[in-house]
Design a protein around this ligand. Structure first.
Ligand code: TXA
Ligand code: MG
Length: 353
């Protein structure tokens, strides 16, 4: 049975959160209930990380498989030793440079943190988010807060309180609405429990930034099949960050990609399929005469990241059957996170043009 409850939504000032609202949210967490709150990356679905029953409610509310561990959020580095053990110097170095911020570090789990936070693993993922509302909630509650993204499992992450409502109304006790999350894609997950540091999920902190402190870091995205050869098994890919519509990801020289996307749009219309196109602003003009919903993502990588999940959700709401989009050519900075989310949304398939 999915965890069900009455959902309340409270507006809170993003920069100067009202103490009485934060107090109420903190009490909700202490009571073992679920609070969705904004972070700088996406909205999180929070529960007291020390309470295995509260943590179980997260999995239930999201319909998330018990095999997928969640991130523990803190407000201060001083709390680190209460959730992790055998903390390497590298973690302290990175914490000093990237926290608060969109970096999650996987460390050895402290025995006080229940196993279901980490899906039974001996590790725990930890981060200090950089958002005044998250910081106030974490400080006032003085709890480590387990929080995955506040979306239904396999749906695009929630970047607004409305997205949280759309997915979790009736399954979360309280939603704190402080407006849209700024970054729009999730944190970088870095595993520090191996011989050398491994990025398991590219995100808000770039690989280049990490390399300045840990030159031996490598990128290994779990469950992700980057090989686009026809023999590659899509079965190895966990469907994730996906709109309901099928997403087709086109890659290659610009002119060729545009021509292939236009051709595909025409073919799909001929089959009576409803078509959505997701595109950077400057490229929208190439699709104008097509019978399709054309939604723009902005210009810079920052704007595109900020809009990505919201635009996927908008296209779903418009009822399109298929979404066409171009693989971004720049894999540096936030580009690596964007490429990862698009590839997952496309279930690992790239159409080479
Ligand atoms: O930006 C974010 O990271 C957001 C906000 C709310 O903090 N949270 C988020 O959580 O995206 P979630 O649960 O949607 O993604 C957490 C990722 C998953 O890919 C999960 O597999 C990985 O972190 N993860 C969590 N704990 C782990 C662990 N102990 N070992 C390896 N990976 C872990
Ligand atoms: Mg998630």
């Amino acid at each position: 049975m999915r965890y069900s409850t009455h959902t309340r939504l409270l507006f809170v000032d993003a920069l100067h959160p009202q103490p009485e609202i934060i107090q109420e949210a903190a009490e909700t967490l202490h009571a073992g209930h679920l609070v969705a709150f904004p972070t700088e990356t996406v909205y999180g679905l929070g529960a007291n990380a020390r309470d295995p029953l509260a943590v179980a409610r997260i999995y239930s509310a999201k319909a998330r498989p018990a095999s997928d561990p969640v991130i523990v959020h803190l407000h201060s580095i001083n709390q680190l030793e209460t959730v992790a053990v055998a903390i390497p110097d590298t973690a302290r170095l990175l914490a000093a440079n990237f926290w608060p911020g969109p970096l999650t570090m996987v460390l050895k789990r402290h025995p006080d943190i229940p196993a279901n936070v980490s899906a039974g693993l001996s590790t725990v993922a930890v981060r200090i988010p950089n958002h005044p509302v998250a910081a106030a909630l974490l400080k006032t509650s003085n709890l480590p807060v387990a929080a995955p993204s506040a979306n239904l499992f396999s749906r695009p992450s929630a970047t607004t309180a409305q997205h949280v409502l759309d997915d979790l109304k009736g399954h979360v006790d309280l939603i704190l609405d402080a407006g849209p999350a700024v970054i729009g894609v999730e944190s970088t997950v870095l595993d520090l429990t191996q011989d050398s540091p491994i990025v398991l999920r590219p995100g808000g902190v770039s690989l280049e930034a990490l390399r300045q402190f840990i030159p031996n870091v490598t990128l290994h995205t779990k469950h992700l099949y980057i090989d686009d050869s026809p023999s590659a098994s899509p079965g190895l890919l966990i469907k994730h960050y996906s709109p309901r519509a099928r997403l087709l990801l086109f890659s290659g020289p610009f002119e060729s990609v545009i021509a292939h996307m236009r051709q595909k749009a025409l073919e799909l219309r001929a089959e009576n399929k409803r078509v959505g196109i997701m595109t950077p602003d400057a490229e929208a003009q190439h699709f104008h005469q097509l019978d399709a919903h054309i939604l723009t993502l902005g210009t810079s990588l920052e704007q595109i990241s900020h809009h990505l999940f919201g635009v996927m959700r908008q296209l779903d709401a418009l009822g399109v059957d298929v979404i066409l989009t171009r693989a971004l050519a720049d894999p540096t900075g936030l580009g690596a996170a964007l490429a990862d989310r698009l590839l997952r949304a496309a279930e690992g398939n790239i159409i080479s043009c």
